[in-house]
Ligand binder design. Structure first.
Ligand code: ZN
Length: 239
C-alpha cells in the first residue's frame, strides 16, 4: 500500500489459526540512494516480502539497506535471507545491535521467555543472527528521501527506535505504538517489559509534528494522527 510519494507500507500476512493478521513493514524510496526496508517479518517471510515489494516496483535484490526497529523475532526474522539476496546494509540502534548480530541472546530466545511462551521455540530456532553494519544513535539523520530521523524509544525493548520521515511527517513507529482500524493505541503492554520507559518514549514522540503514523501491528493512522498521539501520550502518563 502506497502511503505517500516516498513511502509504502508492506502488509505481510500471518496465519493464526483460521485468522489472517498482518505485520506492517515499511519501504522508503529514494531515486538516488535506493530503496530501504524497515523490519523483516518472521523467519520464512522472504518471499512474502518480495511479493509486497513488487507492488512498489522493487525487487529484494534492489534493497540497499534494511533498518530494524528492534530485536524481536517478528521484526528480524527474515533479515538473514533478505541480506543474502540483496547484500543490503543492516542498520539498528547501538543498544539493539548485539541481540541482532548474535553476541547476546535476543529476548525471544532467553530460557525464561521460552518457558513462558513455548510456541516461540520453533521460530526462535529458525532465527539466524546477522551482522549490523551501522549502529545508530538517537537523533541521527539518514540522508534518505529528504531526511529520516532516528528517534530512540526504549521500553518495548532496551534499544527500540522509531523513524521519522521529515518531508511527509511520517512516523514509522515499530512497536512503540499500536493501532486498530485507524485508532492509535499505546504499546502492547504484555510484550513491553518496561512500561514506564515505553510511556516516556511515547511522550517524546508526541512532541513531533506528525501527519501519518505506521504501526507494525495495526497499520496506518492517517486521521488526526498528531492529536491521537497526544491523546495516547496522556493516557499513558501514569503507566
Ligand atoms: Zn512486533
Amino acid at each position: 500500500m502506497q502511503v505517500n510519494d516516498d513511502l509504502y507500507m508492506l502488509a505481510l500476512p500471518i496465519q493464526r489459526g483460521d485468522q489472517t493478521v498482518y505485520f506492517n513493514a515499511s519501504l522508503i524510496l529514494d531515486a538516488i540512494h535506493g530503496p530501504t526496508l524497515i523490519d523483516t517479518g518472521l523467519p520464512g517471510q522472504h518471499d512474502a516480502i518480495a511479493s509486497t515489494l513488487a507492488d512498489a516496483g522493487v525487487r529484494v535484490s534492489d534493497l540497499k539497506r534494511i533498518i530494524l526497529t528492534h530485536q524481536d523475532i517478528d521484526h528480524v526474522g527474515s533479515l538473514h535471507d533478505l541480506v543474502q539476496t540483496s547484500g543490503a546494509r543492516v542498520l539498528a540502534h547501538a543498544v539493539e545491535a548485539p541481540y541482532i548480530d548474535g553476541s547476546e541472546p535476543p529476548r525471544f530466545a532467553r530460557p525464561e521467555v521460552l518457558a513462558q511462551r513455548p510456541e516461540l521455540r520453533t521460530v526462535a530456532e529458525r532465527f539466524l543472527p546477522t551482522p549490523v553494519d551501522e549502529q545508530l544513535q538517537d537523533g541521527a539523520r539518514l540522508d534518505l528521501a529528504g531526511g529520516v530521523r532516528v528517534i530512540f524509544t526504549p521500553g518495548h525493548t532496551p534499544g527500540h527506535m522509531c523513524l521519522y520521515h521529515e518531508r511527509t511527517r511520517t512516523l514509522i513507529a515499530g512497536d512503540a505504538l499500536t493501532a486498530s482500524d485507524g485508532q492509535l493505541m499505546g504499546p502492547n503492554e504484555s510484550a513491553t517489559p518496561d512500561m514506564p520507559t515505553a510511556s516516556q518514549s511515547v511522550r517524546t514522540l508526541a512532541e513531533l509534528d506528525v501527519q501519518t503514523i505506521i504501526c507494525y501491528h495495526g497499520g496506518v493512522v492517517g486521521v488526526d494522527a498528531r492529536k491521537q498521539l497526544q491523546r495516547v501520550a496522556q493516557e499513558l502518563a501514569h503507566k
